[in-house]
Design a protein around this ligand. Structure first.
Ligand SMILES: Nc1ncnc2c1ncn2[C@@H]1O[C@H](COP(=O)(O)OP(=O)(O)OP(=O)(O)O)[C@@H](O)[C@H]1O
Length: 258
């Protein structure tokens, strides 16, 4: 079992921010985590990374129950790509150095770069269709290109779980599709980590995401196989508002019902 969250409740400042959440992620599955603003997605991710401790219930990640594992060690197996990270990275840094710095999850490089690290960084940039950005300054790359570089950076540490936290935020239609195509390829590649794709938008949930968790008000409202979860009925109930679902190339597009 990659992730096993059982009856997890998390309280903070008199509020219950996660309520009796149950979530099991098995090997070979890729998950989408869908929820509106403030629904508890980031809180749940912080829980998986061991930054928050459950008030009730138990968390086990990569077969290690919390309480029995060094969380700093565990975090080395989890990549977490989010846009807020971009601001922390050196704007003038060369793209390949940013990718390579992911090996030890540092900001900037402190050791001399080894030949095999350069080769691995290049293969990752190739895999994410951004090898043409080699040796560019990070700040000169577009938002979509930066996201690809940050995914390559996270993969440099060979994580077993890769969290993609709203990676398409701020991307235009075409950049979004290019990034999604790279994510699709990544998910299909041999030795791909377990992907957890966090989003507000159902249409970003690619067919490779076999399972979906819908979270609302800190509760896991629906959880299961994507095609069973992302139905018109299921989503109308989830959004507490009637929606119409249109499917195109195995992706689900939602609009409000008239
Ligand atoms: N440490 C904290 N103390 C108090 N409230 C918190 C804390 N962390 C999160 N919250 C609250 O918990 C709720 C869920 O927040 P969370 O960041 O998990 O939502 P989210 O689903 O990631 O939202 P978004 O899509 O906007 O990023 C919010 O109402 C937020 O204000």
């Amino acid at each position: 079992m990659i992730i096993n969250i059982e009856h997890v409740t998390w309280r903070r400042e008199g509020l219950t921010l996660l309520k009796d959440v149950n979530w099991q992620v098995a090997t070979g599955e890729h998950w989408a985590l869908l929820g509106l603003n403030g629904s508890g997605k980031t809180t749940l991710l912080n829980m998986i990374n061991g930054y928050f401790w459950p008030s009730e219930g138990s968390v086990s990640v990569l077969g290690h129950p919390f309480g029995e594992i060094d969380l700093r060690e565990l975090r080395k197996s989890i990549g977490w790509v989010s846009t807020s990270l971009q601001e922390k990275l050196y704007a003038a840094e060369r793209t390949q150095n940013i990718v390579i710095s992911g090996k030890h999850a540092t900001i900037g490089l402190y050791d001399s770069i080894k030949e095999e690290e350069l080769a691995f960084a290049r293969s990752l940039m190739d895999q994410l269709s951004c090898a043409h950005l080699w040796d560019r300054e990070f700040r000169t790359c577009s938002q979509g290109e930066k996201q690809k570089l940050l995914i390559a950076r996270a993969l440099m540490a060979k994580p077993r779980i890769l969290i993609l936290d709203e990676p398409c935020n701020g991307l235009d239609l075409f950049s979004r599709e290019r990034l999604l195509a790279s994510i699709q390829e990544l998910a299909k590649s041999a030795h791909a980590p377990t992907l957890i794709y966090v989003t507000h938008h159902t249409e970003e949930i690619l067919p490779v995401f076999t399972h979906a968790l819908l979270i609302r008000g800190g509760e896991a409202v629906r959880c299961g196989r994507t095609e069973e979860v992302l139905t018109e009925e299921g989503l109308s109930e989830f959004f507490e508002s009637p929606v119409v679902v249109e499917k195109h190339r195995e992706r689900v597009y939602v609009r409000m019902a008239d």
